[in-house]
Design a binder for this molecule. Sequence first.
Ligand SMILES: [Mg+2]
Length: 381
Amino acid sequence: MDASTIRSRITGSLDGLLIGDALGCPVEMKTPAEIRARYGTLRTLEDTPRPWWRPAGLHSDDSQQAIALCDALLEAPDAPAPVFARLLVEIYEAYDKGPGQHGGHRGTGKNFRVTVDRLIAAQGSDPFAGAQATAGNGVAMLAAPIAWRFPTEPARRRAALLSVARVKTTDPRAAGAGAALVEAVAYGLAYGTLRGIDPARWIDATAKAEQEAAEQWGADGPTTHAFSRALTAMLARWPCERAEMLDAIAAVAGATSDRPVGPSAGYALASVVTALYLAMDAPTLERALIDAVNLGDDADTVGAMVGAVRGAADGADAVPKRWREGLWAKGAFNDRVEALVEGAAARWSGGGGGWKPKESLASSEGRWSRMAERARGALGK
Ligand SMILES: [Mg+2]
C-alpha cells in the first residue's frame, strides 16, 4: 500500500477516535431520552456539563490511553507494556487537580483510577500491578494503535494486545473485545472498507486472543469465549433493523451479566459489540458517530471505538471538517502518524522502536488540562 493511502487511513482512525471521544463526552451516562430532550440529536462538539465541566472538543481518557499505547508501540514495539504503564503514571503526574480528573487523566472510571494508583505505588517495578478482574471496554477503547503499528502482522498484533491488556485487566473477555477491535481496524487499514470482512477469520482471531489470555493469565473458565460468542451472534444476525440488533446485543450481553445492560453499557459484550456493529452498519463515518453517541451510556468510549474502526476504513477525507477543526488535539499527533507511515512502508521488518515524540504525551496532556481549567475559571463553570 502506498504511503498516502496508509497515512489517510491511520489519520482517519486517529481523528475518528479523538472525535468520537470528544463528541460523546457531554452525554456519557445519559439515556437516549435525556439526550433528545437537551440536544435533539447531538451532532456537534459540546461542552461537558457540570460538575465535570470540560470544554468542547477536548478528548478524554479513551484517547489519552490510546495515544499512550501508540507511543509505547513506537518506543518499544516488542515490549510495549512497561512503557505504556510508565506513560499512564506520567500523565497522572502531569496535572494535579480539576473536576472529574485523576491527575492528568480526564473522565476516568473507578477501575482505571485504582489501576493508576497501584502503578504509582509499584514505582515502575511491575507494569501489571494494577490489573483488575474486569470485563469492561477499557482494553478495546485504547487498542486501535496496535493495528496502526502492525497493519500486516496478526501474530504481533495479538502479542502486543495481550501484553498491554494485562496492564489493566485479568479477564479474557476484555482481551477478546480488544482483539476484535484491533482486527477490524487492521482490516479497514488494508482494504478501505469493512464490508468484506470474513466473519470466520475475525471470530477466529478473537477466540485465539481469548484463549491465549486465559492460559497466560490463569483465567480459563466458562466466560473465556463469551466475547467471541457475542460477536458471532451479532454477525449471524447482521444485517437487520437497527433496534432489533441493539436489543439482541443487549440480550446476549445481559445473559452473562448480573445486572441489566443496555447496548452501550461499559461491559465489553455490550458496548464493544455495539461499536463494531455501528462501524460496519452505518452508511458513513459521520452517521456512525452520531448514532453511537446518541445511544448515551458509555457514549464517549463507544464513539471512540466506532471512530477508530470506521475512520481506518474510510480515511481522513471521510472525517467531517467541522469536527476535526473543533478538536483541541487537531494535528497534535501528526508526528506519530508519520512515524507509523514510515514503519508501514518498511513493513516494520524486525525492529523499529526507540522512537520518541517531539512533545511527550504527558506534556501535551498536562498543558490541555491546565488550559481547560483556566477556561472553566474564566467562564465560572
Ligand atoms: Mg472517556
